[in-house]
Write a protein of this length. Structure first.
Length: 456
């Protein structure tokens, strides 16, 4: 069990565990390789979790076989994912009697012939422990605490004074009547969430973190998670690079001022009510854009414009057919093309094909249909189409000073378009940031869509 001091050590990348007995078991159903012995797990300064296990061979044959396998190397089939049999699962009992586990580990290490043993080493993605809680509580109560390294821009409803005159920014939210509290400490964000009544509290916690991530424009990747679920305590420590650059994206809603907590509350309400499962396509597209915004502007443009296209296909596909007015215009254009001189037959054929293609379903048609609802504007669709074409043809990118500013302006228009699509999917109707306008003013989004397919 991690006490307050242990939690501090985890957050400082200075935590360690000792095991008198631990086991690494190969993920193989028949006759798996097993390494057993005392072990330790140490959190390195860079945030990684390193396992060292000291295995004593039970026979000379076992030693020789392991040494030969190491010398000959593992044979992999090119182009195929590495099979499970090459990974191991860890289980160890710490000095306090708690069982810790870690799945799917890639092991390495050196064989020592004089000592008839082997030092097994591995980098862990996470370690986890579970035990029955002795704390008296209502049996149906489920709550969680997560700790996320870094400082985040969050609106706050109040401040709390702690030791050494340190003030914490506290944002109190409600999720379907259950409390969710964000506390910004000096070096980390702490989130306390009530998950009572949820059949899969772990998945619901991930869903909350995804909603908050989009709302504040940063991926909330926990270093430490503590869950008290139905009388059972669960604690998970993740490998987390200390110096990893914190990926940021301008938030879709105003969050920089204390009173902006109402915007975050409204966004989270709609997100949780509409998006039923974590790792949804909507979150996937947002995460792609988040990653792209840490790279060059050309990559930002390509990923952002294609993410818009993907989001439209995923969530607005019912609007892909051209509108009736456009179909009418195409019908009126057909006889005009037929009347063109026969001498330009090749050009006529090209124009006919263009008319035929224009009648097909497309993301652009969906966007123009959405423009009729006022969720987005036609000018946004035009700027998206222009940037989409430009970003796929590198020779068209000219990034001199004035051209770069024009390019960034187009990028900001598309960012607002992307966010408006997300907000339309979840039915959000409150304050948003207008990235399409110089100065990024705020406005109220009043459009609530009811006729497109919502995200499942």
């Amino acid at each position: 069990m991690l006490n307050a001091k242990d939690t501090e050590r985890v957050l400082e990348n200075a935590f360690s565990l000792e095991f008198l007995q631990a086991t690494l078991t190969q993920k193989l159903s028949e006759a798996p390789v097993m390494y057993k012995g005392p072990a330790n797990i140490t959190q390195q300064g860079d945030g990684s979790l390193i396992l060292k296990l000291y295995h004593l061979y039970e026979s000379t044959d076992e030693l020789v076989k392991d040494a030969n396998d190491r010398l000959c190397g593992i044979k992999f089939r090119p182009g195929l994912i590495i099979e499970d049999e090459h990974y191991f699962d860890f289980e160890g009992v710490d000095l306090s009697g708690y069982i810790w586990t870690s799945p799917r580990i890639w092991v390495s290490g050196d064989v020592s012939f004089p000592c008839n043993g082997k030092l097994v080493m591995a980098t862990l993605q996470r370690i986890e422990t579970r035990w029955k809680s002795e704390v008296k509580q209502q049996p149906e109560t489920i709550n969680a605490q997560v700790y996320i390294p870094g400082k985040f821009c969050i609106p706050y409803t109040k401040t709390e004074q702690r030791e050494n005159s340190i003030y914490l920014s506290v944002c109190e939210l409600s999720i379907a009547g259950r409390q969710c509290v964000l506390q910004q400490h000096d070096s980390h964000l702490e989130i306390i969430a009530d998950l009572t009544g949820k059949a899969n509290p772990d998945d619901h916690l991930d869903l909350i973190l995804e909603g908050l991530s989009i709302g504040i424009g940063c991926r909330l990747h926990p270093l430490l998670k503590k869950v008290n679920a139905l009388g059972q305590q669960i604690q998970v420590i993740h490998s987390h690079a200390k110096n990893e650059r914190q990926l940021k994206l301008p938030s879709p809603i105003p969050i920089s001022q204390p009173h902006n907590a109402t915007n975050l509350q409204a966004f989270l309400d709609r997100f949780i009510e509409t998006i039923s499962d974590h790792h949804s396509p909507l979150v996937g597209y947002w995460f792609r854009v988040l990653q792209a915004f840490s790279n060059g502007v050309e990559n930002r443009a390509l990923v952002l414009t294609t993410a818009i296209e993907g989001l439209v296909k995923q969530c607005y596909h019912a609007l892909e057919a051209p509108d009736k007015e456009f179909i009418k215009q195409l019908a009126e254009a057909e006889p005009l093309i037929e009347d063109l001189p026969v001498e330009i037959e090749r050009a006529k054929k090209y124009l006919k094909n263009a008319l035929s293609n224009a009648k097909r379903n497309s993301p652009k048609n969906s966007l123009y249909a959405l423009a009729q609802t006022k969720l987005i504007s036609e000018s946004m669709v035009i700027r998206w189409s222009k940037l989409r074409n430009k970003s796929t043809h590198a020779d068209e990118l000219k990034l001199k000073a004035h051209e770069l500013q024009a390019f960034l302006d187009e990028l900001n228009v598309c960012l607002e378009l992307f966010y408006r699509l997300i907000l339309g999917i979840i039915g959000y109707s409150a304050q948003i940031v207008q990235y399409s306008i110089i100065g990024w003013p705020e406005t109220k989004l009043n459009v609530v869509l009811t006729h497109h397919k919502r995200q499942e």
